[in-house]
Write a protein that binds this ligand. Sequence first.
Ligand SMILES: NC(=O)c1ccc[n+]([C@@H]2O[C@H](COP(=O)([O-])OP(=O)(O)OC[C@H]3O[C@@H](n4cnc5c(N)ncnc54)[C@H](OP(=O)(O)O)[C@@H]3O)[C@@H](O)[C@H]2O)c1
Length: 257
Amino acid sequence: MKIEGGNVLVTGANRGLGKAFVEELLARGAAMIHASGRDLESLETVSALDRDRIRPVALDVTDAVGIEALAADTPSLDVLINNAGVDCPVPVVGGGDMADLRRAMEVNYFGVLNMSRAFAPVLARSPSSAIINVGSMAGFIHVADNTGYSAAKAAQLMLSQGLRGELAGQGTRVMQVLPGFIDTDMGARFPMPKASARSIAAAVLDALDHGEDLILPDVFARMSYDAFVERPEAVMREPAAVIGALVQNLLAPQSQS
Ligand SMILES: NC(=O)c1ccc[n+]([C@@H]2O[C@H](COP(=O)([O-])OP(=O)(O)OC[C@H]3O[C@@H](n4cnc5c(N)ncnc54)[C@H](OP(=O)(O)O)[C@@H]3O)[C@@H](O)[C@H]2O)c1
């Protein structure tokens, strides 16, 4: 499937990976990009990249009513990129705010669910369509101090599998992206080498071209996935030790290519 000439909607398009998706979609010849963010003002820099091909849209992915209205106002769509996400670095017990833990699930899981339900009928009208869900390697290996985030991304992973089965009949592919650490605001607190947002966006759109549905778009994602497949018990019992060893390997010179 090619992006050239297609209509694409990106959530969380105002910064970070979402903005990189918009830049990469423009470079690959998308005809129309619905760039959504929580407020129009935050989308100004992105909109200025190409005012003819970018439609800025105010949208909170937790607002199911607003999402339904947007879907009704979108006559055609080929690709939906569920990119918006929030981190959740609070403890589950001992004072972590329940509102933060719920928000992680509302944005990272229910946000993707809301968007997919509302836009599935729009995507069904396209001769070739896809939903791209941006998850995280944290969805299959728990990341320390980020249980709410890992739990929500794990839920998203299962949602993608369910959607893939439900939407196969209408010809909509469902792709799951499981990145490692990315050089964005969200990734800033992690002191390790990170992939650039643009390289992740490019890898995802390459995978769309090539028909791949499970996308491990960077070296840390691939190392993590290999660990999960090869040592599932260690991942379940001691995720922090597994991630620590992976980071050490990442820092080794031979891993950088
Ligand atoms: N950075 C990493 O290391 C990393 C690693 C793996 C996966 N990811 C995933 O990659 C995706 C993009 O993250 P990022 O690194 O670009 O993070 P980011 O720089 O923090 O950007 C997050 C984006 O999500 C938007 N957003 C948050 N809550 C929203 C809501 N309720 N409705 C609509 N938009 C909302 C933000 O909008 P505002 O500007 O309004 O807040 C922002 O545009 C996320 O799904 C994240 O989980 C990131």
